[in-house]
Every structure is written in structure tokens, then in C-alpha cells.
Design a protein around this ligand. Structure first.
Ligand code: TYM
Length: 330
């Protein structure tokens, strides 16, 4: 009998990971991986990639690249089960069973759904509507109660809690009500001065694979000319975002120095940007080094995925059998 609590998280295979994914999700995964009270499962959400327009060959590549990013960032197959969602057919099976306790109206009202409808009005598919139901299946199939994801995913974790309650009430299952595991970087701002860092907004993000020159060029473009300086730092806009990034990634000492410089009206943004760029690169450089190793050892990555898939499938099968029995299907 497994007494450990479980953790489940995933990242879509939509392209290279950025600093927002790292600080908002992966940092939390790393923290939980080192907590002996938890069994960790981290997947690439390749099925969720189908909910927005995508390129088939890109997906084939990226569903593996995300695993390589996980490994490079420090997820350790000795401690965490790393796997590909589409290789475990039970996720889809459970998602269908769950869809019978969730209304269409509720799904249509989610802010995440509305945002995607705006972004891709030509692509409002059943898969998109079902996104949170599949995500609930991803989490609950392992009876995970902790989900390291960024702030934007809170509505989806709430759907998982609602489905858990409905299933437990209607069918007597024992799903936990999962909670989001928050990191300090749960909301990493965009480099463009407004909104969050996002793969779908060009110029808003720093990739985990960016070199120092690229990071410097991107940070140099970040807006700072908000007019007044002196006193408290602004709550939003380009300057606020630079301070947020510096707080997340720089030392307290450097952060405090620039706070004082701002207050005393002697801040030099070029200096602040230089220091911020260096700090980001210092954080990413070891990840990039490790990436080179996994890029040149595809057979090791293949073995890790095969092993992870096998373990994930074994746990998932049990949950689906239990649910099918309780729903009258076995
Ligand atoms: P995705 O690929 O959109 O996002 C991956 C993770 O990165 C976090 N994130 C951010 N965190 C802080 N600041 C940002 N600017 C930022 N941008 C992205 C997201 O919150 C997320 O944690 N639906 C999930 C994928 C998924 C999943 C799951 C997650 C599918 N099934 C089951 C957990 C459990 C997603 O949006 O991925």
C-alpha cells in the first residue's frame, strides 16, 4: 500500500519552455521532488497541445523536448516519474467518464476557455472545451493532491476539485481535492510591460535555451519610460515588471540597491538591465549545459520515458478500473 501523497503536473508541448514555465511550474516540481513525503509524476501534456492549432512534426519533436527540458532543469528519474500523456490511454478514458459529471455551461464560462476563443476564433473545438476535464483526469487518475502550476492554472485545478467532489458524491469514489502548489514565481510578467510572460506573445518571454547575448537583447527592449521616478516603485508596467523579475532571480542585496536607487531618483535602467540579464543567464546556464548531455544521449532519454510511461500506466489502470466498477461498467 502506497502511503505517500502524490504530485502531478504537466506542460504542453507547444515549443521551447520559457522562464515563466520554469519559475511558475518547474521550480515547484523540483521542490516537491526533494520532499520524501511525495511521489512525483511529471508528464508532457501532448494531448492538450491538440486544443490549439499545431504542426504535426513540431509536436512529434516537442513531446520529447519537454522531457529533455525537465531533465535538464533537474527533474531526476530516480525521484520522479517522467512520462508522455498520450502514451497512457487511461487519461482519455477517465476524461470521458468525468465529462459525464461536468456541464458544458461551466466549461464555456471558464476564463481560460474564453481567452482561447478570442485567440483562435476559428478553432473552438470539442477538445478545447474539454481541456479542463482532461486536465482533471491527468491529476485525479493518480489521486494527486498537489499540483505545481502557475497562477493562470487555478481555474483548472478548481475544476478538478469540483469533479472530485461530484464523483465522490455520485459514485462513492475517494478522489482527493487537489490543491495548487504555489511558487514565488507563480506569475512571471511579460517583458513587454503588460500581461504575463507567454509562449503565444512574441517578445514577451526568455527561453530556457537563450544565450547571454539574446537575453541582453530581449531585456534591453523592455520598456522603462513610464515618466516619474522617485518614491515607491510602480505597481504595474515595464518598470514594475523589471523589479519583479529581479526579485525572482537576483540577490536581495541587488534588488534592495535598485529599490533605493529608484527612491532616490538615481536609478540607471541600463545598469539594472545588465545585472538582471546576467542573473538570468547565471540561472539558465547550468540547465543549458545539462541539456547538451541529454541531446547527445537520445537512448538514455528514450529509456527514461519508457520506464516512466510503464509506471504511470500501472497506477492509472487501477484508478480507471475502480471508477468503471463504481459507475457500472465492470
Ligand atoms: P502550459 O504549457 O500552458 O504551462 C505550463 C506551466 O507553466 C506555467 N506558466 C507560468 N507560470 C508563471 N508565470 C508565467 N508567465 C507562466 N506561463 C506559464 C503554467 O501555469 C503551467 O504551470 N494546463 C497546463 C498543462 C497541463 C497540466 C495538466 C498541468 C495539462 N494537464 C495536469 C498540471 C496538471 C498548462 O497550461 O500548461
Amino acid at each position: 500500500m502506497n502511503m505517500k501523497k502524490r504530485v502531478l503536473s504537466g506542460i504542453r508541448a507547444t515549443g521551447r519552455l520559457h522562464l515563466g514555465n520554469y519559475l511558475g511550474a518547474i521550480k515547484g516540481m523540483l521542490e516537491l521532488q526533494d520532499n520524501p513525503d511525495y511521489e512525483n509524476l511529471y508528464m508532457v501534456a501532448d494531448l492538450h497541445t491538440l486544443t490549439t492549432p499545431y504542426d504535426v512534426e513540431e509536436l512529434r519533436k516537442n513531446r520529447r523536448e519537454v522531457i529533455i527540458d525537465y531533465l535538464s532543469a533537474g527533474l531526476d528519474p530516480e525521484k520522479s516519474i517522467l512520462f508522455q500523456q498520450a502514451d497512457n490511454p487511461y487519461h482519455l478514458e477517465l476524461a470521458y467518464l468525468f465529462s459525464s459529471v461536468m456541464t458544458v455551461a461551466k466549461m464555456q464560462h471558464l476564463p481560460t476557455f474564453k481567452e482561447k476563443v478570442k485567440q483562435h476564433p476559428e478553432n473552438v473545438t470539442m477538445a478545447l472545451l474539454n481541456y479542463p476535464v482532461l486536465m482533471a483526469a491527468d491529476i485525479l487518475i493518480y489521486k494527486a493532491d498537489s499540483v505545481p502550476v502557475g497562477l493562470d492554472q487555478e481555474p483548472h485545478v478548481e475544476v478538478a476539485r469540483e469533479i472530485a467532489r461530484r464523483m465522490n458524491q455520485d459514485y462513492g469514489t475517494n478522489f482527493p481535492e487537489p490543491k495548487r502548489f504555489k511558487t514565488e514565481g507563480q506569475y512571471v510578467p511579460s517583458l513587454l510591460g503588460e500581461g504575463k510572460m507567454s509562449k503565444s506573445v512574441e517578445g514577451s518571454f526568455i527561453n530556457l535555451v537563450d544565450d547571454l547575448e539574446t537575453i541582453k537583447a530581449k531585456i534591453a527592449k523592455a520598456p522603462t519610460d513610464t515618466g516619474s521616478i522617485g518614491g515607491e516603485i510602480p505597481k504595474e508596467g515595464g518598470v514594475a515588471n523589471l523589479f519583479t523579475l529581479l526579485k525572482l532571480i537576483g540577490s536581495d542585496e541587488v534588488y534592495n540597491k535598485f529599490i533605493l536607487d529608484y527612491r532616490d531618483k538615481k536609478i540607471r535602467y541600463s545598469e539594472m538591465k545588465e545585472i538582471l540579464s546576467d542573473a538570468i543567464y547565471k540561472e539558465l546556464q547550468p540547465i543549458q549545459e545539462k541539456r547538451k548531455y541529454f541531446e547527445t544521449h537520445p537512448e538514455i532519454v528514450g529509456e527514461i520515458i519508457a520506464e516512466g510511461n510503464k509506471k504511470a500506466i500501472a497506477i492509472a489502470r487501477e484508478t480507471v478500473e475502480e471508477v468503471k466498477k463504481k459507475m457500472g461498467l465492470l
